[in-house]
Design a protein around this ligand. Structure first.
Ligand SMILES: NC(=O)c1ccc[n+]([C@@H]2O[C@H](COP(=O)([O-])OP(=O)(O)OC[C@H]3O[C@@H](n4cnc5c(N)ncnc54)[C@H](OP(=O)(O)O)[C@@H]3O)[C@@H](O)[C@H]2O)c1
Length: 347
């Protein structure tokens, strides 16, 4: 793979501002610095970043927890990639020699490691044309959470129209996409969230809501064909109580499961038990697949899915966005807006 030298042949500057992190730790580790603009490989495009989405994955990579992720190649003692951010939306300014799908001037969204920066390099297969119905901010918060939601419901959950779906964590990044995608796919949807966010999940189309601070959606009084669990570490035995006899449980994730494994024991228990019961108990890690990103783009383009944009933060205030996520005050997802001089028109 050849790298295009980091020279400003495309009239872009050789350096840029980025959120840099040199050690694992809290949001206090993040600093706005001038760094070299990224070089692109032959199958990559260089994006002028207009907006970058924030999700739980960024927090895990920032803190280096659970420690398991350090063994997965992200850096044992410090982050391997010092620039944070994954979700992106922006405009292509340069393309590698093998890129066939995009040209300079195209508006795109997708996944670019190091998106909390003025420029980011991305593989062409991790991008799709930005839906014209979405703003750059909306598109920037979509990919990581949206493709996880889509794969949880379809590839893993095998959702059928008319089924009743329980979405635990319906007000979060993955949950807000799950509610809307499930409705669009013809499901009856019950969403679980805390009191102040019930209005949000109703506005996304949830047919029923449950406030987890006062009620237990898994008390067995109601059974669901499919449970998509994205928050709260509810034990598998309680989740099974809320499943129909042949229902499917998809554990996407949950926070506060401990510094070493992040509570992955729940997922392991579900998978070990599944072969011995009629219910299907499963978990997965989402794939950054072009087909999923393009599939998600169609739902956004049609208006069936409107990304649930929470607060907007300037690049230099990225640490505040992460602190809001830690405090649980984010509704849907926060976005980092990069530069105020970007041309936001669709080409
Ligand atoms: N498997 C994968 O490939 C994959 C991909 C993406 C994310 N994940 C994981 O999935 C999880 C969700 O990600 P996210 O980005 O959607 O996180 P998020 O935006 O922080 O959303 C978390 C959701 O969980 C809810 N919640 C918190 N405590 C709860 C409780 N005790 N009971 C029920 N719900 C509770 C929150 O509700 P309130 O805000 O109303 O309190 C919120 O709706 C994370 O653990 C993330 O790491 C996994």
């Amino acid at each position: 793979m050849t790298n295009t030298p980091n020279t400003p042949t495309d009239n872009q500057p050789a350096t840029m501002q980025a959120i840099v992190q040199r050690a694992y730790g809290s949001a206090d580790q993040l600093a706005l610095e001038f760094v070299d603009r990224p070089a692109i490989a032959s199958d990559e495009v260089l994006i002028e970043v207009h907006a970058a989405g924030l999700d739980r994955g960024v927090w895990h990579l920032m803190t280096g927890t659970p420690y398991l992720i350090r063994l997965a190649g992200f850096g044992l003692t410090k982050p391997k990639r010092p620039i944070q951010g994954l979700d992106v939306a922006g405009r292509v300014v340069a393309v590698g020699s093998d890129v066939t799908r995009f040209s300079p001037g195209d508006n795109v969204f997708g996944i670019a490691s190091g998106s909390f920066a003025e420029y980011a390099a991305a593989k062409q297969d991790k991008l799709a044309p930005k839906p014209s119905t979405a703003t750059f901010e909306q598109a920037a918060i979509s990919t990581i959470s949206g493709i996880t939601a889509l794969q949880a419901l379809t590839d893993i959950g095998k959702l059928q129209a008319g089924q009743h779906v329980l979405v635990i964590g319906a007000s979060g990044g993955v949950g807000t996409f799950t509610v809307q995608l499930a409705k669009s796919l013809g499901a009856e949807v019950t969403g679980v969230a805390s009191t102040s966010k019930l209005d949000l999940i109703r506005s996304l189309g949830a047919d029923h809501v449950v406030d987890y601070t006062t009620d237990d959606a898994t008390d067995g009084s109601q059974q669901y064909d499919l449970i998509i669990d994205t928050g709260g570490l509810t034990p598998v035995r309680r989740l099974r109580r809320a499943l129909t006899s042949r229902g499917t449980l998809v554990i996407v994730g949950g926070e506060n499961g401990g510094r070493w494994t992040g509570g992955i024991g729940r997922q392991l228990r579900a998978m070990l038990l599944s072969p011995f019961v009629k219910q299907r108990l499963t978990t997965f890690i989402s794939k950054e697949a072009r087909s999923s990103i393009e599939g998600l783009a169609e739902f956004i383009q049609s208006g069936d899915v409107v990304p649930a944009l929470g607060q907007s933060f300037a690049l230099e205030n990225t640490a505040d966005a992460i602190r809001a996520m830690e405090a649980g005050t984010t509704r849907g997802k926060s976005v980092i807006v990069v530069g105020t001089d970007r041309d936001d028109s669709d080409s």
